[in-house]
Design a protein around this ligand. Structure first.
Ligand SMILES: NC(=O)c1ccc[n+]([C@@H]2O[C@H](COP(=O)([O-])OP(=O)(O)OC[C@H]3O[C@@H](n4cnc5c(N)ncnc54)[C@H](OP(=O)(O)O)[C@@H]3O)[C@@H](O)[C@H]2O)c1
Length: 259
């Protein structure tokens, strides 16, 4: 897909990897909707940086646990941008709790944000993305399929103790990637990135993060640009769908799970 003039929505784009992906897509030519839930100042800062690149950018607030707020988010995008070409489902929680302690509510909350929200966002994105393709076909251009990009996690592939609800949500997200890639083709492509240790979670010491980095075959943590450059690559390449790319310093090569 040629990215100049296209429109991307990145969820959780005020901070961390979502922010890096939003800026990476803007550098590659996209106008960007910077979604946030509570990081308003950070989202406005991301918007400012994207506008400085000469692209259009708007911050958009929504609690993605609430299906009505997701619907409103996409209605607003339709009204103000009138198209959508790239959706990055990056917003997620990262909850640690033993299986015997997880309550029904906690289980549901994690699935609602990490799995149901990407599903609902994909559902609302599909007609907007198809609209772009239809208009291009009418003008004789070959319409490039829109891209949905889901942010997975190794906890959805291997077994981490203490992360059952998180891991199951991320396993579901990787399967959602494959089933939606098949069902929504040829108008949409759906892919996933599985990051390894890129940015430490809140509360993790520098020392312990370095040690986690040393455990992967490439022997150091990755950086946010490793993820944003992969997102840009997947947006450009129109012939990849249903694929999961591990950007993890080789973590997937290690046998067994991790504690
Ligand atoms: N960091 C890593 O090294 C790593 C490794 C593996 C996988 N991943 C995956 O990559 C993605 C990004 O990771 P990250 O570490 O950069 O993210 P993060 O620090 O976990 O950030 C969470 C993001 O989710 C948003 N969010 C939380 N609850 C929300 C809700 N109810 N509604 C809407 N948005 C909500 C937050 O928005 P506000 O701040 O605005 O509230 C924030 O932008 C995640 O899907 C994560 O699982 C990351």
């Amino acid at each position: 897909m040629k990215l100049a003039g296209t429109v991307a929505l990145v969820t959780g784009a005020g901070v961390r990897l979502g922010r890096a992906i939003a800026i990476g897509l803007a550098e590659a030519g996209c106008h960007v909707i910077v979604h946030y839930r509570s990081s308003r100042d950070e989202a406005e800062q991301t918007v400012g940086e994207i506008r400085d690149l000469g692209r259009r950018a708007e911050a958009a607030q929504a609690d993605l646990v609430n299906p009505d707020e997701i619907q409103r988010l996409f209605r607003d995008i339709d009204t103000s941008f009138g198209r959508l070409d790239v959706l990055v489902n990056s917003a997620a929680s990262f909850e640690r709790r033993g299986i015997e302690k997880i309550t029904a509510q906690e289980w549901d909350d994690v699935q609602a944000l990490n799995l149901r929200a990407p599903f609902l966002c994909t559902r609302h994105a599909a007609p907007l993305m198809r609209g772009v393709e239809d208009r291009m076909t009418q003008t004789g251009d070959i319409g490039a399929p829109g891209l949905v990009l889901n942010m997975g996690d190794h906890s959805g592939i291997t077994t981490w103790k203490g992360f059952a609800h998180h891991g199951v949500s991320k396993a579901g997200l990787l399967h959602l990637t494959r089933v939606s890639a098949r069902e929504l083709a040829p108008s949409l492509r759906v892919n996933a990135i599985v990051p390894g240790p890129i940015l430490p979670p809140a509360g993790e010491s520098e020392d312990s993060w370095k040690k986690k980095g040393l455990r992967v075959p490439l022997a150091h943590p990755g950086e946010a640009h490793h993820i944003s450059s992969t997102a840009v690559f997947l947006a450009h390449n129109d012939y990849i769908t249903g694929e999961t790319i591990m950007v993890d310093g080789g973590e997937h090569l290690l046998a067994g799970g991790r504690d």
